[in-house]
Design a protein around this ligand. Structure first.
Ligand code: GSH
Length: 216
C-alpha cells in the first residue's frame, strides 16, 4: 500500500468520476458505511496532478485515508469503508467468483457492446451475446434467492449493479424485452434506491484550493 505525502487533511479524500461503475460502487459502499470523505470529481481526460502523483496507474476511484494510505482499487475502497461500519453485514457474504466474472469477462463484453464501432471484428449482437451469458447466469441465481448472495442485499449486489446498469442502458428497449425479468427487477430496485440516487449528485471537476465537497 502506498503512502501519500504527509500534508493530507484528516478527512479521507475520494477521487471519483460520477458515471464510472467502479467509482459508483465505491461511493455506494462509503455511503452505506456512513464514512465521511471529501469528494473530488475528476475529468478522465484531464486528471488532477495531485491524483496522478499518488496513483500513477491513473484510474478512478482513488481514496486517500486520513493516515495517508492510498487505495486505488474500488473493491479495496468498498472493504475499507465497510470495515469501519457495516450496518447490514455486507461483508459477511461476498461472492468473489461473481465479482471476478463481472470485472473480467463481463466488463470486457460490456465495453465491446457499448463501443462496438471501435471493435469492428464482430457485430454488436455478438458482443451483446457474450455479455448475455452472464446475464443468464445472474437470472438463474436470482431464481433461487432474492439477492446475489442470499436473502439479503449485500456487497456482491453493489459490486455488480453499476455494470448491469451500463449494459442495460446500451439498448433499453432490448433489455426491457429480454428474457431476464428477475434481473430487471433487481436492477430497478437499485436504480430507484436512495443509496444509488444519493451517490449520483453532480459536481464540477475538482480544482486545487477549492472548498471541500463533503460526501455522503
Ligand atoms: N480495477 C480498477 C478499475 C478502475 C477503472 O478502470 N476506472 C476507469 C473509469 S470507469 C478509469 O479510470 N479509466 C482510466 C481512463 O479512462 O483514463 C478499480 O476497480 O478501481
Amino acid at each position: 500500500m502506498r503512502q501519500a505525502p504527509k500534508t493530507m487533511s484528516t478527512t479521507p479524500v475520494l477521487y471519483s468520476f460520477r458515471r464510472c461503475p467502479y467509482a459508483i460502487r465505491a461511493r455506494m459502499a462509503i455511503a452505506r458505511a456512513g464514512v465521511s470523505v471529501e469528494l473530488r470529481e475528476v475529468l478522465l481526460r484531464d486528471k488532477p496532478a495531485a491524483m496522478l502523483a499518488i496513483s500513477p496507474k491513473a484510474t478512478v476511484p482513488v481514496l486517500v485515508t486520513a493516515q495517508g494510505q492510498v487505495l486505488d482499487e474500488s473493491l479495496e475502497i468498498m472493504r475499507w469503508a465497510l470495515a469501519q461500519h457495516d450496518p447490514d453485514n455486507w461483508l459477511a457474504d461476498v461472492s468473489a467468483t461473481l465479482i471476478e466474472t463481472n470485472d473480467g469477462s463481463f466488463k470486457q463484453a460490456l465495453d465491446r457492446y457499448k463501443y462496438a464501432d471501435r471493435y469492428p471484428q464482430h457485430s454488436v449482437q455478438t458482443y451483446r451475446a457474450q455479455g448475455e451469458s452472464i446475464l443468464r447466469s445472474l437470472e438463474h441465481d436470482l431464481g433461487t434467492k432474492d439477492w446475489l448472495c442470499g436473502i439479503r442485499p449485500g456487497f456482491t449486489d453493489i459490486a455488480i449493479f453499476p455494470f448491469i446498469r451500463q449494459f442495460a442502458a446500451v439498448d433499453t428497449n432490448w433489455f426491457n424485452e429480454s428474457p431476464y425479468p428477475r434481473l430487471r427487477r433487481w436492477l430497478n430496485h437499485w436504480l430507484h434506491s436512495s443509496l444509488f440516487l444519493d451517490t449520483m449528485g453532480k459536481h464540477p471537476p475538482w480544482e486545487p484550493g477549492q472548498a471541500a465537497v463533503p460526501f455522503p
